[in-house]
Structures are given as structure tokens and as C-alpha cells.
Design a protein around this ligand. Structure first.
Ligand code: G3H
Ligand code: 13P
Ligand code: ZN
Length: 334
């Protein structure tokens, strides 16, 4: 049993309280590789932002759970080495799908876990979430739950359609489970294809697809029911068109990739939404940078020569999100 406090990590409680009160959101960036971890830490330190580093079940399978945990511990030390005396870094399990997985993460030093029972019937979601909360809270680990289903694939959880969160359920759910934050469904979804072309309009100037707006009415209803309660948005990549264009220019085949417009995320960050999840944008930035090197320098075979630019590009992306979308810069306690 390792307690996250001994690793220099923090849970989300104070972080979320300040974010809700301050009208900004904490970035939750997924990581699977050393380069992503380094880029996240560099960006968070340079912008003086708290940050959530999150690990999915797929990331644990890819990189090994122990290695990722030590990487998070290394992230804290790296942040200090970069000049941040008191980094605020959360190690979070993204889309935990069982009590056992959440318990394993709590036991190995995670400071926050998500139990995603959103695909279960309501009462089963409550029972599973409550079980995780009761275990995690013994160690002061915070718990994110989910109500309402996002379209697309959520690890093992999948659904064809988006089912918005029902505001009339949130008080009962939050009270009975004791969860610390709640992921809601208001029209975001995972991946780089968030909307079908037929759901979008076309911008006559650029020819780009313009997605339908998020359901802010649902978000505001939820806020009214649970004033000040921390709300989480998954599936919040914006799918930057310049990255998509670079990938396609250098041999990729991403067709009609559409994300959430940044102005809508900026608006959400000012509300009770205090955690915004971004994974796909980092994947796009990494892929674009690697493809560019491969295309422009075909004789190159030193991984540092393409993973280095990929790391720089991800760092730029993370800084952009912090500074221009979420507003979490300059929010460290000291
Ligand atoms: O919600 C999904 C996250 O982007 C993690 O994706 O399961 O492919 O690691 P993954
Ligand atoms: P994106 O696929 O939009 O980056 O969403 C990531 C996410 O929600 C991780 O849980
Ligand atoms: Zn998610």
C-alpha cells in the first residue's frame, strides 16, 4: 500500500473548490508515454498551473501500471527540478470500470479515481460508485463518477447515442454515492470524430464542419441542482484543424474529424465545470509532428529526432489549453 501523499501528489478536493470559485478549469491530460508526461509537466510548470495526469485502463495495459505510477512520482520531482517548489499534480484513474481496478489504483498511490458506471442501470451505478467512494475516502483519495452516457467508446463502455445527464437525478446520485465530482453528458464525446457530418453545418468561408452547440441548458440545470459541486467534462478535445491538415498532408487519412470549439470550452470552464479532459488533441499533435519528420527527413531513424519534436508540439498544445482555454495558469498556491 502506497499513499499518494508520500509521493508528493495531491487529491482534487481543494483544487476543484478553488477552480469552481475562480471560474476556471483544471486540465486533465491523459498520458501513456514518457514524452507526454514530460510535456505535461513542462507546460504546467511554465504556466504555474495545477494539473491532473490521467491514466486509462488502456494506458495501464500499454505502459504497465507500475511504470505509470513511478512516472507520476517522477513528474512531481521533475516539476521541482524545473523550478516549481510546490507542484499540484493529481494522478487520476480515467474511466475505471470496476471496484477492483479502482482499489488497485488507490493501493498503488493514485490520488484520484474515476468509477465509470454510466452504462449501468441507475441503481447499479449508485451501488458501484458508493462502494468505490467508501474505499477511496479511507485514504483521502477523491472519486469522480459519471451520470449520462457519452457517445463513442469509453474503454469497455460504449453507446451508439449520446444520452444527456438528467438534471433531476443529480442530487440523489451525488448524495447517495458521496462522490467528489460528477462527469456529465452535454454533447461531448471521445475521439477525433465527435460529430457526424450530417450533424454539422458548413462554414461558408473555410468549408470546415461546424458542430452543433453543447447542451449548456443541461449544464446550467445541473449547476442549479448542485450549487458549487465540481462538474467534469469528458471528450473535450477540439481536434485542431492545423494538426489534422498536417497529418493528412504527410500521408495520414483523417477525414471529417471534428471536435468541440474552444470558445464553448472557455464558456464551460467559467461554470462549475472544473475538470476538462483532453486526450485526442495530444495524440493528434504527436502524430502530426512525427509524420512531418518522417516525410521531411526520410533518412532519420533516431527516435529522439521525431519524439523530441512531438514532445515540443504537445507541450505547446498543453500550454495553449491552459492559457487560452481553461484559464488555470497562475493558480498554484505559492
Ligand atoms: O476516454 C478515453 C481516453 O481518451 C483514454 O483512451 O482508453 O484509448 O487510453 P484509451
Ligand atoms: P478526447 O477524446 O476528446 O480527448 O476526450 C478524452 C477523455 O475524455 C478522457 O477521459
Ligand atoms: Zn473520458
Amino acid at each position: 500500500m502506497v499513499n499518494y501523499k508520500d509521493l508528493g501528489l495531491v487529491n482534487t478536493r481543494e483544487m476543484f473548490k478553488k477552480a469552481v470559485a475562480g471560474g476556471y478549469a483544471i486540465p486533465a491530460f491523459n498520458f501513456n508515454t514518457m514524452e507526454q508526461m514530460q510535456a505535461i509537466v513542462q507546460a504546467a510548470v511554465e504556466t504555474k498551473s495545477p494539473v491532473i495526469m490521467q491514466v486509462s485502463k488502456g494506458a495501464r495495459n500499454y505502459a504497465n501500471a507500475t511504470i505509470l505510477r513511478y512516472m507520476a512520482q517522477g513528474a512531481v520531482e521533475y516539476a521541482k527540478e524545473l523550478g516549481c517548489a510546490h507542484p499540484e499534480i493529481v494522478l487520476h484513474l480515467d474511466h475505471g470500470d470496476s471496484f477492483e481496478l479502482c482499489k488497485n489504483c488507490v493501493d498503488m498511490g493514485f490520488s484520484s479515481v474515476m468509477i465509470d458506471g454510466s452504462a449501468l442501470p441507475y441503481e447499479e451505478n449508485i451501488a458501484l460508485t458508493k462502494q468505490v467512494v467508501e474505499y477511496a475516502h479511507q485514504y483521502d483519495v477523491t472519486v469522480e463518477a459519471e451520470l449520462g452516457v457519452l457517445a463513442g467508446v469509453e474503454d469497455e463502455v460504449s453507446s451508439e447515442e449520446s444520452h444527456y445527464t438528467k438534471p433531476e437525478e443529480v442530487i440523489d446520485f451525488a448524495t447517495r454515492t458521496g462522490c467528489d465530482s460528477l462527469a456529465i453528458s452535454i454533447g461531448t464525446s471521445h475521439g477525433a470524430y465527435k460529430f457526424k457530418p450530417e450533424q454539422c453545418t458548413v462554414d461558408p468561408k473555410t468549408g470546415r464542419l461546424v458542430p452543433p452547440p453543447l447542451a449548456f441548458d443541461v449544464l446550467h440545470e445541473v449547476e442549479k441542482k448542485l450549487p458549487g459541486f465540481p462538474i467534469v467534462l469528458h471528450g473535450s478535445s477540439s481536434v485542431p484543424q492545423d494538426e489534422v491538415d498536417t497529418i493528412n498532408k504527410f500521408g495520414g487519412a483523417l477525414k471529417a474529424a471534428v471536435g468541440i470549439p474552444e470558445e464553448q470550452l472557455r464558456e464551460a470552464a467559467k461554470s462549475a465545470v472544473c475538470k476538462i479532459n483532453i486526450d485526442s488533441d495530444s495524440r493528434l499533435a504527436m502524430t502530426a509532428a512525427v509524420r512531418k519528420v518522417f516525410a521531411e527527413k526520410p533518412a532519420e531513424f533516431d527516435p529522439r529526432k521525431y519524439l523530441g519534436p512531438a514532445r515540443d508540439s504537445m507541450k505547446k498544445l498543453y500550454e495553449h489549453k491552459i492559457l487560452n482555454v481553461l484559464g488555470s495558469n497562475d493558480k498554484l498556491a505559492q
